[in-house]
Design a protein around this ligand. Structure first.
Ligand code: ADP
Ligand code: MG
Length: 508
């Protein structure tokens, strides 16, 4: 297991004009279930299809059409729950949340209000390594996860006089993942979403593509005076916390942070001015860097929730849950711990390598049977550095794990120097090929033949008697000889061998 330092919450403190304030944040994350078909129909979920190409009769709410729950989506929600160490509810139920909107042909969204499929769980949020090198971790509790349908899309900017409706997204399965208000600052909120996204991607239950709206968060923000949150923690009594506002539909980690900061300062200014916060839904405008009111609680919809009569309560068996549990992949924290333990990597390197599963798989293919630290170094600095520079993903890497492994083998056996390895990497990147063959064909070979090195060392010592005197008086100056020998041998001599021989010949 990861060696974690759980810290007490580190609330972000904002100084208002009159007092200091702390932030309290709870998130409702909508994660699109990775599934080929929708929650209650067989229509495709492919992103970017022609408008209204992926619409079954039930999605369009044709009269008499009945929803049939997609077992795979249910399994994905259970898998997610297990990944968040959450309680799985063997009996859950679907409810209708009634409201009118043009992109919601049913006139209601099918959701799970009263009996969600997943109960309490947790996310261990990684706040980076502390001074002792151990990961600083914060625990954010999950309150529940429920399954629900996504709505369609209204398009208002294609025609000056008309709006259009695209129902491709209508009925796509979402998991709404609701956190407790355990988050204390903008950075923590972003780190929470990032960790949740990472876990979902490892699980394969959500692609987590935030730009496509695949993962979006409603962010609840309130402010309170120092000490109030501790009272809430002790009693779980929300009356110690301030009135919250909810910022809807955030799909960027950067904007989430900016919106929280703006919203907290807005609330503080109102409170210090003697006003009070009205509970409301707000929208963040990234261009202005502000949140603005969308609807207040008084205008809040009365959704008239009731159990959907078209769907029986959802009953699943423990044995089925156990089957899913038996096929759980290794999750990010476990993988990170393994890299630190087995390969001796630092917390930072292990975090970088496990951030994305594809990267971790690549690293393991390079590191297997080789020195883990060297492999990590090459993957992170040379490979990721280069991929970043050229905006390529790991799947698009011109250098494969096998090729990079081949380079490391040549370094490990002493056949090529670090400098040659970098040249070789460059050739592999631009021209491809097999490392050993390229090295042979281009004469990349360190001279470890001591006879040849010895001749060069002797020649240089003989030609520089004054320098010899200096080096004998001050051993630090022996490096000069190594440099000369490397130059004389065209950089092909193995520096370690040269060093050792120079020292011996000078009698150091
Ligand atoms: P509702 O019943 O109105 O949906 P919930 O209690 O379910 O409200 O909370 C919705 C979200 O708001 C949760 O993510 C929760 O953590 C968060 N939340 C609740 N109280 C606060 C608060 N005082 N400050 C910030 N977030 C809060
Ligand atoms: Mg709620």
């Amino acid at each position: 297991m990861l060696d974690l330092t759980f810290t007490a919450p580190q609330p972000k403190v904002i100084s208002g004009a009159k007092a200091e304030w702390e932030l309290v944040i709870g998130l409702e994350v909508h994660a699109q279930v990775a599934s080929n078909a929708k929650l209650f129909s067989g229509a495709s979920t492919t992103f970017g299809a022609e408008p209204n190409a992926n619409v079954a009769f039930v999605d369009a709410a044709m009269p008499g059409m009945l929803p049939v729950v997609n077992e795979f989506c249910v399994a994905q929600a259970v898998r997610t729950g297990l990944g968040l160490k959450a309680q799985i509810n063997l009996r859950s139920a679907f409810d209708r949340k009634n409201y009118f909107y043009p992109d919601l042909p049913q006139g209601y969204q099918i959701s799970q209000l009263y009996h969600p499929i997943v109960g309490e769980g947790e996310v261990i949020v990684d706040m980076g390594p502390g001074p002792d090198g151990k990961t600083i971790a914060r625990l954010v509790r999950i309150e529940r996860i429920h399954l629900e349908q996504d709505a369609g899309k209204s398009i208002h900017d294609m025609d000056p006089n008309m709006s259009f409706v695209d129902l491709n997204r209508t009925g796509v399965a979402l998991m709404e993942i609701v956190s407790r208000p355990d988050i204390r600052g903008p950075e923590e909120a972003a780190a929470y979403v990032a960790k949740l996204r990472q876990i979902l991607r490892y699980l394969g239950t959500c692609d987590g593509n935030m730009q496509n709206g695949n993962l979006r968060a409603d962010v609840n923000v309130s402010v309170c005076k120092p000490g109030q949150y501790e009272k809430y923690q002790a009693t779980q009594d929300f009356s110690h916390l301030g009135t919250r506002c909810e910022i809807k539909n955030m799909n960027s980690l950067r904007f989430i942070q900016a919106a929280i900061d703006y919203e907290a300062r807005r609330q503080i200014a109102i409170l210090e001015d003697g006003g009070s916060i009205v509970q409301e839904t707000r929208l963040y405008d990234p261009d202005k860097g502000e949140t603005r009111s969308m609807r207040s609680k008084e205008e809040a919809h009365d959704y008239r929730y009731f159990p959907d009569p078209d769907l029986l309560p959802l009953e699943i068996e423990q044995a089925w849950v156990d089957d899913i549990a038996a096929t759980m992949p290794e999750l990010p924290d476990a993988r990170k711990a393994r890299y630190m333990g087995d390969f001796g990597l630092t917390d930072y390197d292990a975090s970088v390598l496990t951030a994305e599963k594809e990267n971790a798989v690549f690293f393991e293919a390079v590191a297997g049977g080789r020195d883990g630290k060297t492999a990590a170094n090459w993957v992170i600095n040379e490979l990721f550095g280069r991929l970043n520079k050229e905006s390529l993903t790991i799947a698009e890497s011109p250098v494969s794990a096998a090729q990079l492994g081949g380079v490391l083998d040549l370094i490990g056996s002493g056949e090529i120097s670090g400098k040659m390895a970098k040249d070789l990497f460059e050739i592999l990147w631009t021209e491809g090929g097999t490392p050993a063959e390229i090295a042979a064909a281009r004469g990349m070979k360190q001279v470890t033949d001591t006879g040849a090195i010895e001749a060069a060392v002797d020649a240089i010592i003989a030609a520089n008697p004054a320098q010899v005197e200096k080096a004998r008086a001050n051993a630090k100056l022996a490096g000069w000889f190594t440099g000369q020998v490397l130059k004389a041998t065209g950089g092909k001599a193995n520096p370690a061998v040269v060093n050792e021989m120079v020292a011996r010949k000078l009698g150091l």
